[in-house]
Design a protein around this ligand. Structure first.
Ligand SMILES: *[C@@H]1O[C@H](CO)[C@@H](O)[C@H](O)[C@H]1NC(C)=O
Ligand SMILES: *[C@@H]1O[C@H](CO)[C@@H](O)[C@H](O)[C@H]1NC(C)=O
Length: 430
């Protein structure tokens, strides 16, 4: 019997994780079925086509009047800030940092956000439908859409003024794949059977062996950018539909930012939307602890790019357009503006952040400041708000540091499904 106990001890861990797997699988499946039923119920009443008003902003009282040209007051802005923005929030691309910028900009100008209801995304990975918008009624117009969704251009357009600025962000597909594998891998059952400690390496050794395009959550592991942008992530890179997809994205989006050049991206955003530098201030949110970020060695990186060849093509296309925009802006001017933005961010960090930098999840004191963690991990870092921030900066500091879910709650979004899921994970200690 001693032998049996030793075996049980050894296999305990495996059993535990298998049981967790079963519980998770069952829960996910029930959730999906429930959500599917809910969404198909909602779809039954198709909405009449009511044209969207030209603009729907609660215009701020102090918005600068549009100048005539005849009376250019010195120092007066030559344009007024663009407030209608569609931000296509892609996964694992620093988009949480950008969404925090948008939340603050929206609050400053008292803009109307199209939020999802009961969770923090628009029933992702299903395609976006305007019926998923909280309190939606036909003909309703919004200023900002920025939560996770699977993009559907025609459907999104029905919520927003015609001259809305469309913006999204991409990231190097090898890095993105590594990050997505880390963050979402465990939610895709096809990874459960990958043997060994280094599942990423084993998966990339022979992806066709492990990958199942029909598998639950499989899209997280192949061409995730192309998928998020509403395209087919299973295409071969040579397929003409890939080029068509890229062209459609290029036609729709006014600015495609790059996570690797986040500050430059923000300067281009400010330039395109006539914002102020103050609007761009940020702290990096939702970042992973350095020790769990594996640097992909060249061979693995090459395999990851080959596996995500469609995203790689997409990335290269928009990398080229990005640097053309930087050239048009002026390289020297860009360098100076980035320098200024970094300086002002550092000033804010010194003002707001206890210790001046991000800390591990276990060292975050306030629950309001604790970011959502991936399954089975506590790898996402967060911040402690400095204790003695002066009154003038207290509010802005808090908002700049606040993780997405808490901020959404503060803006009136009821996240019961997301929260329920969090409680379930607490109970089974995942
Ligand atoms: C601006 O132009 C409008 C008409 O285009 C005119 O009525 C108005 O007086 C002008 N305002 C100024 C300050 O020149
Ligand atoms: C992006 O474009 C720049 C400028 O043309 C180039 O130097 C760089 O190698 C490109 N990167 C990728 C990943 O294509």
């Amino acid at each position: 019997s001693i032998v049996i106990w030793i075996m049980v001890g050894k296999q305990g861990r495996q059993w535990r994780s298998m049981c967790k797997g079963l519980v998770l699988g069952t829960l996910l499946t029930s959730c999906m079925i429930l959500l599917y039923c809910l969404s198909s119920l909602q779809d039954r009443g198709t909405f009449p086509e009511v044209p969207v008003p030209y603009s729907c902003a609660h215009r701020p009282a102090n918005s600068p009047p549009t100048t005539n040209g005849s009376d250019p007051r010195p120092g007066a802005p030559l344009c007024s800030p663009k407030v209608d923005v569609m931000f296509m929030k892609t996964h694992k691309t620093a988009s949480s940092t950008l969404i925090n910028i948008l939340f603050r900009f929206g609050e400053k100008h008292r803009l109307k956000f199209a939020f999802p209801s009961s969770r923090n995304d628009f029933l992702y990975p299903a395609f976006f439908q305007r019926s998923q918008v909280k309190d939606f009624k036909p003909g309703m117009c919004f200023n900002i859409v920025c939560n996770h969704m699977r993009f559907d251009a025609a459907e999104v357009a029905k919520l927003l003024p015609a001259d809305t600025a469309y913006v999204t962000i991409l990231r190097d597909p090898a890095e993105l794949f590594e990050s997505s594998f880390h963050y979402f891998g465990r939610t895709a059952p096809l990874t459960w059977k990958i043997p060994g400690e280094d599942k990423l390496r084993e998966f990339l050794r022979d992806p066709h062996h492990y990958y199942d395009p029909e598998g639950f959550n499989a899209f997280y592991l192949k061409n995730l950018l192309f998928f998020d942008l509403g395209q087919d992530n299973g295409l071969e890179p040579g397929d003409p539909r890939v080029d068509q997809g890229i062209r459609a994205i290029a036609d729709r989006f006014h600015l495609v930012m790059l996570a690797e050049h986040f500050e430059e991206s923000l300067i281009l955003l400010k330039d395109a939307l006539c914002w102020e530098t103050e609007d761009l201030l940020f702290f990096r949110l939702n970042e992973r602890k350095g020790s769990t970020v594996s640097k992909l060695e060249p061979e693995l990186r090459a395999k990851a790019l080959e596996w995500n060849a469609v995203d790689w093509k997409l990335y290269q296309h928009f990398n080229a357009t990005f640097w053309r925009k930087v050239d048009a802006y002026g390289r020297q001017r860009m360098a100076e503006d980035v320098e200024e933005l970094r300086r002002r961010n550092a000033e804010m960090a010194a003002l707001c952040i206890e210790g001046g930098h991000a800390v591990e999840a276990t060292r975050i004191q306030e629950k309001d400041m604790l970011p959502w963690q991936p399954i089975g991990e506590k790898s996402i870092m967060g911040y402690n708000l400095k204790k003695n921030v002066d009154k003038r900066h207290r509010k802005v500091c808090r908002k700049m540091l606040m993780p997405e879910l808490q901020y959404l709650t503060e803006m009136g979004v009821n996240l019961w499904i997301t929260k329920l899921w969090g409680h379930v994970r607490d109970v089974i200690n995942w």
